[in-house]
Design a protein around this ligand. Structure first.
Ligand SMILES: [Fe+2]
Ligand SMILES: [Fe+2]
Length: 170
């Protein structure tokens, strides 16, 4: 690996990443639909990490369906906004998707154990924050700039009042 791009390489990830993965407002990137997809990512990956023998197949299916929709949305936003250097970003999506499709295929054939499923959840949880920080944040800023001619406005909830406040500070 020659640069910062994260890969869902089963050889190198934090086995406890799924326990550490938790949604918080610091993960907001300022483009609403991206933030919504990312919240959903955290939800389905945490559910996968917590699955049991009965729920594993359903949780894997939920992750696959989520990623197909999440990645396709980002691809469409790139096309719609003439995003430069789509290839690198889409490459990362494809690698992650290939891994999930393969595990799902093997799971349906009864060839995957709970330990493998939890390793996949950890690999996804380890990969996601890096991908969001380096690639999705750049895309999110680009989309917002294209649409509004300015930097993204991040909405954060005020902890004391629960009211959404605007801040230009990410
Ligand atoms: Fe994303
Ligand atoms: Fe992405």
């Amino acid at each position: 690996m020659s640069h910062h791009h994260a890969h869902a390489d089963p050889g190198e990830f934090d086995e406890n990443a799924a326990e550490r993965l938790k949604w918080n407002d610091a993960m907001l990137l300022g483009h609403g639909p991206t933030d919504h997809a990312h919240q959903e990512f955290v939800h389905v990956v945490k559910a996968l990490a917590a699955c049991n023998a009965v729920t594993a197949l359903g949780c894997l299916q939920a992750v696959e369906a989520h990623l197909l929709s999440h990645f396709e949305s980002e691809r469409q936003w790139m096309v719609q906004t003439d995003y430069p250097n789509m290839d690198c970003h889409l490459d990362e999506h494809q690698k992650v998707l290939d891994t999930v499709l393969e595990v799902n295929r093997l799971a349906k054939a009864g060839q995957v154990g709970l330990r493998d499923v939890r390793r996949l959840a950890a690999a996804l949880a380890d990969w996601f924050p890096k991908h969001a920080t380096y690639l999705d944040s750049a895309l999110s800023a680009w989309i917002t700039k294209r649409r509004h001619g300015g930097a993204p406005v991040i909405l954060r909830r005020d902890i004391r009042t629960g009211v959404q406040q605007e801040s230009i500070f990410a």
